[in-house]
Write a protein that binds this ligand. Sequence first.
Ligand SMILES: Nc1ncnc2c1ncn2[C@@H]1O[C@H](COP(=O)(O)OP(=O)(O)OP(=O)(O)O)[C@@H](O)[C@H]1O
Ligand SMILES: [Mg+2]
Length: 434
Amino acid sequence: MQWFVAARLRRRLFFVFAAVIVATAMVASGVTALLGEPGGWRAQQSRVRQFVSSRFADAWTDPPARARLAADIARDLRFGVELRDARGGVLLEQPPPGVVARCGRPWLRAPVRDAAGALAGEVLLCGGPAHWGPGRTGMLVFAVLFVVWRMAGGIARRMARPFDDLVAVVRDLGEGRLDRRVRLGRHRSDEMELLARVINDMAGRIETQLAAQRELLAAVSHELRSPLARVRFLLEAAGDEGATAASRAEAITDVEGELGGIDALVGDLLAGSRLDFNAVRRVGLEAGDVARRAVAHAGLDVGCVDTPAEGIRFDGDATLLGTALANLLANATRHGDGVRAVRVTQRGAVVRFDVEDRGPGIPDDERPRLFDPFFRGARGASGQGAGLGLALVRRIAEAHGGGVWAENIPEGGARVGFSAACAPSAGAVASERA
Ligand SMILES: Nc1ncnc2c1ncn2[C@@H]1O[C@H](COP(=O)(O)OP(=O)(O)OP(=O)(O)O)[C@@H](O)[C@H]1O
Ligand SMILES: [Mg+2]
């Protein structure tokens, strides 16, 4: 297939160039003919015939004068000259200077007539540099066509070669060899380089994304395995004949806890894949509502939400923003000894969500990597988390045109938060409420 496409492209380029060259040659020769002498070389030939006929008619009956005239023509015009009588018998052969040969196929036959108009003989002109018979014309046409064919073929091959490389690389990428890159040789052009760069960038991105997804899948499988094993163990223990009602109730609570963890992990994965597919659904929101809903969903007291009375309206994806807040609230509960406050503020064109906790704060050396995928710090290392919560918060914030931060509060505890671009859209809020 690749060979076929490349060959077809080469063939088309070849025909285009050949046609352009031939058309140019035809136009050039047409213009030359138009600007040149009318009648071309046939008219010239007939004038030469007339001249030769009349000059020899004068000298025909005087053989020495006739021979001199033939010698003059052969010398000055560089033609072979042959004189024949009326019956075709050869009277004289005068080869062109430097050539000792019979007159072959004549370029011109000029009849010679006597004073009464009767045919007295014939003059044949042949050979010589001015001679341009059909054989030579054929050779010239052949030579021109050969040059055109070689030139058009060369140009077509030169232009099509980078395409061959591109097609080969794209085909390999399609077959899963994601480390393949386009390397243009010396036949590069600006357009080709641009195309090659775009393909290489695309291949690089796909390779990185697939590697990240493979890593994520491995981590998630690993993270799911331990809670599932614990659930199985708890269920077996609860089903044991000797289990008491109290131990069964405790097992059920533990199973609920494990299932909650699995649910949170799956929720994070779903949110991540929505971001991967750019499936962010923006609607008009009120920031205080978003925060209160997340706090209530986390089973906390909505009284901890601090938000301006006039409200902050912005466009965002309610589910994703809820997931981001849920992750911050879960961290504050798990790593920060409980939520102290959730603050919603507007600063310029962004809305900020801060979750403050009562914990020991975040060690300075952890802060630069806090939002990296799979990072777990001192407080999270012993827990069940995968280290994906804050990475997802960052992706959600970036999808909303915002950013993330983590700092320690002087009075104690950590403040971790994110922002979202706040383009007020009263219409969207109205339509959501309608
Ligand atoms: N409020 C906090 N106080 C102290 N440390 C924190 C706080 N929030 C996060 N961290 C630290 O940052 C690390 C990364 O947090 P992240 O939410 O990304 O992962 P996780 O909570 O460990 O796991 P997951 O969220 O995937 O269940 C945590 O392991 C913890 O060490
Ligand atoms: Mg977390």
